[in-house]
Write a protein that binds this ligand. Structure first.
Ligand code: UT7
Length: 328
């Protein structure tokens, strides 16, 4: 029986022009070194947004690039999901601001908040709308300005994050392969959360508590342990659901938080290192933007091609985590 699939028909990204290297952070007074940051995280530099570059500005640029890549116009889109934890305002949503900036007058738009796992959650959510006829074409965006919520006096967190945005366009298409794993599109996804871990990664403010925006706080070692120890469950679930294995993957595109976490996860799952897409060295941790930024980088340099099997995976504050398998 024919089945609807959510097929990736375009991707794009946008990074702020300003690049800050590890050495520049140290020169600006952060008690750190290029050597420490590279050794512990793999990060060499990050992009930092200027004051006028809000999350919706970055997200709009990424969405425009994705639409151009797809050969579509804004009027073709009837769903916009923006995964972000750094919205321009408490409300209205950043997604509606992007919708307006793009000139989309129909359909619907909303933000999705699952911190660094936001893009995987957004892909899984858009996939449900598209496969059940709730929308025809979705812009799925990850956009963040984490530099705004960093405590620049806290060297254990401020060296890790950067700003940026990435986007894909998903289109509902009837699969000619009768719902098998040979189909193009999102083949399966698995989402999890466990709110008991709140204190390990959170922002110490909010509109309903302190009335302030707050700053990011993290017990890095605890997050590291959880990321390597527990998060592979969602990937194994997606392998099981699709009857695929690590060998079948063309590319593994995980959330880009730390090179050591990424490589340890790949090793644990038996995913060959040459299949791992790494951008953390250039972008730092851009939270919900990191996966679409990495997808776009690997698409632009010719690694990801039509028909490739791509696993995306992330963990974020909450904790929230998830994985999705996409045939490009
Ligand atoms: O995207 C959301 C998920 N977030 C993550 O995935 C982050 C997960 N955690 C990590 O990536 C790592 O835990 C970090 C990169 C944050 C830290 O690496 P670590 O190997 O766990 O280092 P540590 O926290 O055990 O710190 C080791 C030492 C400490 O000094 P002492 O106590 O051994 O004297 C820190 O004070 O490194 C010190 N340190 C630094 N030194 C120079 C911590 N931050 C810095 C710094 N520069 N920026």
């Amino acid at each position: 029986m024919a089945q609807e699939r959510s097929v990736v028909v375009g991707c794009g990204a946008y990074l702020p022009e300003t690049i800050v290297t590890n050495t520049q952070l140290a020169e600006r007074g952060v008690e750190t070194s290029d050597e420490w940051i590279i050794q512990r995280t793999g990060i060499r530099q990050r992009h930092i947004a200027q004051a006028h570059e809000t999350t919706s500005v970055l997200g709009t640029r990424a969405a425009q690039a994705a639409l151009a890549d797809a050969g579509l116009s804004p009027a073709d889109i009837d769903l916009v999901i923006c995964a972000t934890s750094t919205p321009d305002h408490t409300f209205p949503s950043t997604a509606t601001q992007i919708q307006a900036a793009l000139g989309i007058e129909g359909g619907f738009a909303f933000d999705l908040q699952a911190v660094c796992a936001g893009f995987v959650y957004a892909v899984a959510t858009a996939d449900r709308y598209l496969r059940t006829g709730g929308a025809k074409r979705a812009l799925v965006i990850g956009a963040e300005t984490f530099s705004r919520i960093l405590d620049w006096e806290d060297r254990t967190t401020c060296v890790l994050f950067g700003d940026g945005a990435g986007a894909i366009v998903l289109e509902a298409r009837e699969s000619p392969d009768q719902g098998t794993r040979a189909d193009r599109g999102v083949l399966a996804s698995c989402l999890r959360s466990d709110g008991r871990h709140r204190a390990k990664l959170y922002v110490d403010g909010g509109p309903g508590s302190t009335g302030t925006t707050g700053k990011l706080r993290m017990e890095g070692r605890e997050v590291f342990r959880f990321a390597v120890g527990s998060v592979t469950d969602v990937i194994e679930e997606v392998f099981r659901a699709t009857g695929t294995t690590a060998e079948d993957l063309s590319w593994f595109v995980p959330h880009q938080a730390n090179r050591r976490i990424i490589e340890a996860s790949a090793d644990k799952l038996g995913i060959a290192r040459e299949k791992v897409v790494l951008t953390v060295d250039r972008h730092g941790n851009t939270s919900a933007a990191s996966i679409p930024l990495a997808l776009n980088a690997a698409r632009r340099d010719g690694r990801i091609r039509e028909g490739d099997l791509v696993m995306i995976e992330a963990i974020g504050g909450g904790f929230t985590w998830g994985a999705a398998l996409i045939r490009w």
